[in-house]
Write a protein that binds this ligand. Structure first.
Ligand code: ADP
Ligand code: MG
Length: 339
């Protein structure tokens, strides 16, 4: 009898991991945007061609990487964000799994340019299907630019599975909106095929909402805030009359990370009961601040589903915050926002 088990080569292991991290162009954009924010960028530019199928480029002015780190960043499970398992319970960065760049480079052609503020030269790396094609010093600006070209060029089955450009672009805009909403102090721009989709200057949350969703929100936002020892809720909700029949403008952020939760969505919509039609959806952008030790974000690779220690308390705090805001809105209908 012979032994038949072998460790998979890195390129294959990365490609398998990529299946979970990179489903479509927008999932790569999410990872690249999060890396830019984690790097302390104050300006982030996104360039998209062919709805991300041909190109997604994210340029930031964050802290950049050394030449060695630039190469390391493409290794699987290589991260600067956690060091010990106990760090998993106090995560304040978006990233920590060290999988994104390795995954993206396994299924696309990637060019990274990065430079630290105190160095004269930066580093250029070209990598395709996990294989480094070029690494050399380059002159540039402090910060990092990652270009992802021809996603799934080497996985035709997945490439064919991508949806039409309008559908893929919609996902891209959604990911962009989520990150841009959670960091109104960072300037973000989005270009598609050389056309400007968004150009958002640094400002307050209310300004960011108007920048992303339009001027009609200017008079339609109600501030919402509830501070408890366990959890803080802050943000804006839409006046009942601004509720829409379509979904898509409902946002929860937990410690600045966008999350999906039908349960918490219900907490908000139930607070609107009697104020909007049952087939309408209220606008909301709510930030929940919770001690990271009371949540588990390591449930899913994309981290949009998380576990709370005490979901029911959170539900009732959110519901009461929204009810209170709506109550206050009725007493003082003309809330003044100093834009
Ligand atoms: P993670 O974000 O989970 O650590 P990634 O694969 O996304 O894993 O990135 C690996 C590492 O590369 C990061 O921990 C970080 O140190 C570095 N890195 C990635 N993107 C950037 C960037 N835009 N600016 C500076 N450093 C970056
Ligand atoms: Mg990352």
């Amino acid at each position: 009898m012979s032994d038949i088990i072998q460790l998979l080569p890195d390129a294959i292991a990365n490609q398998i991991a990529a299946g979970e991290v990179v489903q479509r162009p927008s999932s790569a954009l999410k990872e690249l945007l999060e890396n830019a924010v984690d790097a302390g960028a104050t300006q982030v530019q996104v360039i998209v061609k062919d709805a991300g199928k041909q190109l997604i480029q994210v340029v930031d002015n964050g802290k950049g990487m050394s030449a060695t780190d630039a190469r390391m960043s493409f290794e699987r499970h290589a991260t600067s964000k956690i060091r010990q398992s106990k760090d998993l319970f106090s995560i304040r960065t978006f990233g920590f799994r060290g999988e994104a760049l390795a995954s993206i480079a396994a299924v696309a052609q990637v060019e990274l340019k990065t430079q630290q503020a105190d160095s004269e030269l930066g580093t250029l790396i070209q990598i395709e299907g996990s294989e480094v094609k070029k690494q050399e010093p380059c002159a540039g600006n402090p910060g990092t630019s990652v270009s992802m070209k021809n996603l799934f060029y080497n996985v035709p089955a997945r490439r064919n599975f991508l949806k039409s450009n309008p559908v893929e672009m919609k996902h891209i805009v959604e990911e962009f909106q989520r990150v841009a909403l959670s960091y109104p102090e960072i300037s973000f721009s989005l270009y598609q095929q050389d056309l400007e989709v968004y150009s958002l200057t640094s400002g307050k949350l209310s300004q960011r909402i108007v920048g992303l969703f339009g001027k009609n929100y200017k008079g339609n936002l109600v501030a919402c805030e509830e501070l408890t020892p366990h959890i803080n809720v802050k943000g804006y909700i839409g006046k009942p009359e601004s509720a829409k029949k379509t979904r898509g403008e409902q946002f929860f952020f937990v410690n600045n990370r966008y999350i999906k939760s039908n349960y918490l969505h219900h907490a908000v919509s139930s607070a609107y009961e009697g104020l909007i039609q049952t087939d309408q959806h209220p606008f909301y952008v709510l930030f929940l601040d919770i001690d990271p030790s009371h949540i588990d974000i390591n449930v899913h690779p994309t981290k949009t589903e998380i576990k709370f220690d005490d979901e029911r308390t959170i539900y009732s705090v959110i519901r009461s915050a929204v009810k209170q805001a709506l109550g206050a809105h009725h007493v003082v209908p003309a809330l003044d926002f100093s834009f």
